[in-house]
Design a protein around this ligand. Structure first.
Ligand code: ATP
Ligand code: MG
Length: 374
């Protein structure tokens, strides 16, 4: 990524100003671990007073500041702008790099000292150090801001999603309390049943959410061991057979056992449980679910194919995000929190893999997860 960093050079000697400007404007610093290529845009000031004006109106990211200036000194400039809390890295240029100057400058937030006279190589060395430091702290800030944003979105969607069932339960309970649905006891049984369904939904949502946050925060202790992917699929299939049987849905596993990889078995269970649960949930009566597992070199490919309701192309793109559920007349009666597939995706990424889907409305869907075997 090419980046331009604004630098301000403050020195009363014209020679120094021009030579630093010339070196800076031709300099490109490459920082491989940040994939960054940095160039500089340079401004100059002759006095501390002039520097203060520029610092207040258009602060640079790097300040190269001579300490010994005709009016106020470099360190006084720093003292003056301290309350502004500028996001800026300062290098003090000083003719006599005394310990006292160094200490005062550092106390005022200077990042480095450049003793005069200096060679172009020394200047470049200092700049490289400052630039690297600047980029690291910039990236850290960007990451923290992004994380805050994601967390905020997550919490607001969660609050929203929990509000709906709570409102529903509250409504049902009021009817029961006020006995406003007449004298037939079955009506009240039905209302209580609906309350239980909604409560069950909230419980599932909270436990999905805990799975997800544990995976994301890395809090859940992972236990990596030899796992047979085919056996994990079979266990998940066994769990869903009762539900599938009720609707005449056939589940079939196509794989040559065993396919062994180094993995956390709970993570494999989460992947299969979610994909198979969806394939059954969003299927039609008497439909099919076919699970294929193959291994080629070090890539394990899992496909879960169903004969269910399918999805439109634009819906397929959204379903791997947190809390996304497709709302239409075919799905209104199906409960879910919209966290299953986003969790599957996060797990696939942990294994250097991915998840994708192909689907046709009314025909069915096929989800493919790849995992890199180690
Ligand atoms: N096999 C499928 N066929 C059709 N639509 C599907 C299928 N799998 C997922 N979807 C759609 O994608 C959405 C997101 O799926 P996801 O598994 O993330 O959440 P969910 O099933 O709604 O809830 P849960 O968190 O309980 O799994 C579903 O709500 C559904 O609309
Ligand atoms: Mg699901």
């Amino acid at each position: 990524m090419a980046e331009t960093i604004k630098a301000l050079v403050v020195d009363d000697e014209l020679g120094i100003r021009t030579s630093i400007s010339r070196i800076l404007s031709r300099l490109t610093i490459v920082i491989p671990d940040h994939e960054a290529e940095v160039n500089f845009e340079v401004e100059t000031a002759e006095t501390g007073e002039e520097a203060l004006e520029l610092l207040r109106s258009a602060p640079p990211e790097i300040l190269l500041l001579d300490n010994k200036l005709p009016g106020i000194s470099g360190i006084e400039v720093l003292e003056e702008i301290a309350p502004l809390n500028l996001d800026m890295h300062t290098v003090i240029i000083t003719a006599y790099a005394s310990i006292e100057t160094a200490v005062r400058a550092t106390k005022r937030g200077a990042y480095d000292l450049l003793p005069k006279p200096f060679t172009p190589a020394e200047l470049k060395g200092v700049l490289e150090k400052v630039t690297r430091h600047l980029l690291v702290s910039k990236r850290a800030k960007e990451l923290a801001a992004e994380k805050r944003k994601v967390r905020f979105q997550f919490i607001s969607v969660l609050a929203h999603e929990l509000k709906a069932p709570i409102n529903a339960i509250e409504g049902y309970l009021r009817i029961v309390k006020d006995k406003s649905a007449g004298d037939k006891p079955e009506v009240y049984d039905d209302l209580m049943e609906r309350c239980l369904v909604r409560t069950e939904y909230m419980r599932k949502m909270i436990s999905d959410l805990l799975d997800l946050t544990r995976i994301e925060s890395g809090e859940r202790a992972r236990k990596i061991e030899h796992c047979d992917v085919v056996a994990a699929a079979q266990t998940a299939i066994d769990t869903f057979i009762p539900e599938a049987d009720k609707r005449g849905i056939a589940l079939e596993l196509h794989a040559e056992a065993p396919i062994e990889i180094q993995a956390d078995s709970t993570e494999l269970d989460i992947v299969f449980n979610n994909l198979i649960s969806n394939a059954v949930k969003y299927n039609r009566e008497n439909g099919r679910v076919d699970i294929h597992i193959t291994r080629k070199d070090n890539t394990v490919t899992i496909t879960v194919e169903d004969t269910g309701i399918g999805m439109e192309e634009d819906e397929c793109k959204r379903i791997f995000d947190d809390f996304v559920r497709i709302k239409n007349e075919k799905t209104t009666r199906i409960l879910g929190s919209g966290l299953g597939l986003s969790t599957v995706k996060k797990i696939a990424l942990i294994y250097d893999g991915d998840v994708s889907v192909t689907s046709e409305p009314g025909k069915g869907s096929a989800f493919t997860v790849t995992l890199k075997a180690t």
